[in-house]
Design a protein around this ligand. Structure first.
Ligand code: HEC
Length: 245
């Protein structure tokens, strides 16, 4: 009994630790069975992210198959001229050029979701704000002094952060963001933008582990098989035992 208790405790410990990271993140609802959402996320990704970030573990044709796109649709809306469907999502910019333009290497986004988590990505892509002291004129509340421009600003618009000043134990000023104010409106409402970012994050979750899709559909098939098998097994059991009772 004691052993079981210790095992249970050990099993929930990592959950307790991760729940207590202190940072506020908005929750996002991921649904890998929603193909429309994955297709929309993929479209945003290839149009707005792939110019700087690669996703070098992801092949176009694998993606098409997993999220329900034909080769024709892939070529028309998801690929730049010259890419073949069997190729991975690479980017023309080299690491050295990235460092030159952005002051830091631009990370590959194939498995960024596994490093950061879906909630972090969802919050990060929605918390850019105007800051003229930064090279791109924006800062980010989730990733302070980030080297990335707000590439989705036309959709979201540009916000100004409202601050409150706190003093820490040594008497230094600490700025805390208390809210936002729109400076330039975007083409989307707040709800539309949140849904677009959710689709994009949904796609990045898929990209982090494409095999999940296979596991999901396999899992359903296994359950259906077990249900049918149960009927036969039960009928067989009745048949075997009927003369004994
Ligand atoms: C103009 C180039 C550019 C584009 C376009 C761009 N990014 Fe970035 N991104 C960067 C750079 C540079 C960094 C590194 C920032 C740093 O480390 O300070 C970065 C960092 C990130 C990070 C943080 C990675 C980490 O270290 O955890 C994420 C997540 C990210 N980008 C997602 C996206 C998504 C999603 C898109 C498309 C909507 C996108 N980026 C489009 C340049 C770009």
């Amino acid at each position: 009994m004691k052993k079981i208790l210790v095992t249970c405790l050990l099993a929930v410990l990592p959950l307790l630790a991760s729940a207590n990271s202190g940072e506020h993140l908005d929750k996002v609802k991921i649904d890998l069975s929603n193909q429309k959402s994955l297709q929309n996320g993929a479209r945003i990704f290839v149009n707005y992210c792939l110019s700087c970030h690669a996703a070098s573990y992801m092949r176009y044709n694998r993606m098409g198959k997993d999220i329900g796109l034909s080769t024709k649709e892939l070529k028309k809306d998801y690929m730049y001229a010259g890419d073949k469907v069997g190729e991975t999502m690479t980017v023309a910019m080299t690491a050295a050029e990235g460092t030159k333009y952005f002051g830091t290497a631009v990370p590959d986004l194939s498995d960024i979701e596994r490093a950061r988590g879906a909630d972090w990505l969802y919050t990060y892509l929605r918390t850019f704000y105007k800051d003229s002291s930064r090279p791109w004129g924006v800062n980010n509340a989730t990733f302070k002094d980030v080297g990335m421009p707000h590439v989705l600003w036309k959709l979201q618009g540009l916000k100004k952060a409202l601050f409150k000043i706190h003093k820490d134990a040594e008497g230094n000023d600490i700025k805390v963001i208390t809210g936002y104010e729109t400076v330039i409106p975007g083409t989307m409402s707040e709800e539309e933008y949140d849904n677009t970012v959710r689709d994009l994050v949904n796609f990045m979750v898929y990209m982090g582990e494409p095999a999940k899709m296979v596991r999901y559909s396999l899992g359903v098939k296994v359950l259906i098989f077990l249900a049918i098998f149960f009927v036969f097994a039960y009928a067989l059991k009745k048949e075997f035992w009927k003369d004994i009772h």
